[in-house]
Ligand binder design. Structure first.
Ligand SMILES: *[C@@H]1O[C@H](CO)[C@@H](O)[C@H](O)[C@H]1NC(C)=O
Ligand SMILES: *[C@@H]1O[C@H](CO)[C@@H](O)[C@H](O)[C@H]1NC(C)=O
Ligand SMILES: *[C@@H]1O[C@H](CO)[C@@H](O)[C@H](O)[C@H]1NC(C)=O
Ligand SMILES: *[C@@H]1O[C@H](CO)[C@@H](O)[C@H](O)[C@H]1NC(C)=O
Length: 481
């Protein structure tokens, strides 16, 4: 057997896997972790919403025939039943590993009011009644999934509800009617209510919760040329302690598609639990952004003499360059120069514990502006700098700020002889500090949004920088607009 034959299938497999989008081994760019504290908050908010839904349940009438000692046979009717008040206490939401979440509500209470009437021959009686339903427990599994579009889905499954105790108060204190209720109606009433509660829950998950989860912005615009892809990479993952949601977290160009050639790093999230939600935002998010802005030419610049401040000891004219580049002045007497700059490659942001930095490399080309308005290239410079970055959090966005470092200029190529670039260093420094940094900082101040559901506000943020990712912990508040 030829040695290659055995290797071929695995090579093919590898090729297939790496060329399929969302293939095995691709890591999320952003992970949102909902802790136990977050789940408890959601459970409380959820039970407030369910309580409102319960008040809207309509209960059926109960009618039938009775046969009671002093009266003999007759007909009864319990009607106009309505849930008058309810209190859902003890709600809890727990991760259900491999499925989603388990919602349980215990020790709850419902009060039902209604009317009754009874008839035997020509005797008619009627009145009102009041039922206290106590010790209600509800439990349901919320199965979490992912649509092909990358949006989350939720379905209720295996709902069960149990009522411990029913207490009736019938106006008129008719003992026989009370007994009738206990003997004939109570168990029917329990069963109806138990199934109504589950039906209400099921409906509420389908018609309220599912549409609400779909408010998650799967793709969001950042500005006119960049957008962010927040599609879910897999169904939310429940573990014993928490729920992790894995987002692609990729910034893309809105103009054209260009594939990202690097992978998101593996993030090992710290075990913190004191905030409701933690966002781990990997360097992938920032570096895909850098790629998009780089490709759009956002960081390209041009410096001409009219931009050089008054009083500068060097101007962008061949005359001003005479003392240190005599050949330039000789070849191109009394002409203006233009410096055109661009990043040598998309600058990447380096995450190390406690620190964020970048070491962008710029390439600057010097042109003489000939009278024929042709631009004649005469030299090329390389500019290196060390930049430290600050990231902060502003209500729902991560914003940033760059702190400039010293620049180092190097002459890479010259058609007019070797010259000392120190004088240009001051000019470039001036331009970079006064034009390029403010431009980038303005963009960073706009920030980029986190994947949040509608009407969620964040407070008490804590921000940490880990190797390869930013770790943001925050509490949530649901505020209906
Ligand atoms: C930015 O400048 C570089 C180098 O001069 C150039 O190759 C690139 O095409 C420019 N990009 C845009 C969008 O103008
Ligand atoms: C972060 O960077 C600063 C300045 O470069 C340095 O003094 C400090 O030691 C760094 N901190 C860590 C935790 O590496
Ligand atoms: C940037 O930092 C690195 C490592 O600290 C250093 O080697 C390099 O000279 C610095 N470059 C500039 C332009 O300051
Ligand atoms: C948060 O961002 C908004 C809009 O970008 C801005 O107006 C506001 O000043 C920022 N707040 C802080 C505390 O930075």
């Amino acid at each position: 057997m030829k040695p290659l034959a055995g290797a071929l299938p695995s090579l093919l497999l590898r090729l297939l896997l790496t060329s399929t989008p969302g293939a095995l081994g691709t890591n999320p760019g952003l992970v949102a972790r909902i802790t136990d504290k977050g789940l408890q908050y959601v459970a409380r908010e959820g039970s407030v919403a369910l309580q409102k839904e319960l008040l809207r349940i309509t209960l059926p009438d109960f009618t039938g025939d009775f046969k009671i000692k002093p009266f003999g046979r007759g007909h009864y009717e319990f009607y106009s039943l309505s849930i008058h008040s309810c209190e859902l206490r003890g709600s809890a939401l727990r991760p259900l590993p491999g499925q989603g979440l388990s919602l349980s509500i215990s020790d709850s209470f419902i009060r039902v009011e209604g009317e009754w009437k009874a008839r035997k021959a020509f005797v008619k009686l009627h009145g009102s009644f009041d039922v206290q339903v106590k010790g209600i427990t509800i439990s349901v599994s919320l199965v979490l999934g992912r649509e092909p579009s990358g949006r989350p889905t939720i379905t209720a499954s295996g709902c069960s509800s149990h009522i411990q105790d029913v207490e009736v108060d019938i106006s008129g204190g008719l003992g026989w009617l009370l007994n009738l209720f206990h003997n004939q109606i109570e168990s029917k009433f329990r069963r109806v209510l138990e199934s109504k509660v589950c039906e209400m829950l099921q409906n509420s998950v389908t018609s309220d919760l599912q549409p609400y989860l779909q408010t998650l912005p799967v793709t969001t615009e950042i500005d006119s040329f960049a957008g962010i892809d927040y599609s879910l990479m897999e169904a939310p993952r429940a573990t014993a302690q928490m729920l992790d949601v894995m987002f692609k977290g990729e910034i893309f160009s809105r103009d054209h598609y260009s594939p990202v050639t690097f992978l998101a790093p593996v993030m090992s999230l710290p075990e913190q639990q004191d905030r409701m939600v933690y966002f781990a935002v990997s360097d992938y998010v920032f570096n895909t952004a850098s790629l998009v802005y780089h490709e759009s030419g956002y960081l390209n610049f041009s410096i001409t003499d009219d931009m050089v401040p008054q009083g500068s000891n060097i101007r962008l004219t061949t005359k001003s360059f005479r003392p240190f580049v005599p050949r330039l002045a000789r070849l191109y007497p009394n002409m203006n120069l233009e410096l055109q700059g661009a990043m040598a490659s998309a600058p990447s942001l380096n995450f190390s514990p406690g620190n964020l930095s970048s070491t962008p490399l710029m390439e600057i080309e010097g042109f003489v502006l000939l009278p024929s308005s042709v631009k004649e290239p005469v030299f090329r410079l390389g500019v290196a700098t060390n930049v430290s970055a600050m990231l902060t959090f502003n209500t729902s966005r991560i914003t940033g700020f760059l702190k400039p470092g010293k620049i180092q200029v190097e002459l890479k190529e010259s058609k007019v002889g070797v010259f000392n670039v120190e004088l240009l260093e001051a000019l470039l420094n001036y331009y970079i500090l006064n034009t390029l940094y403010p431009k980038v900082n303005e963009k960073l101040a706009e920030g980029f949004p986190l994947p949040l559901l509608k009407d969620i506000q964040l407070y008490d943020p804590v921000l940490e920088i880990h190797k390869d990712f930013l770790f943001l912990g925050t509490n949530l508040q649901y505020k209906r607009a």
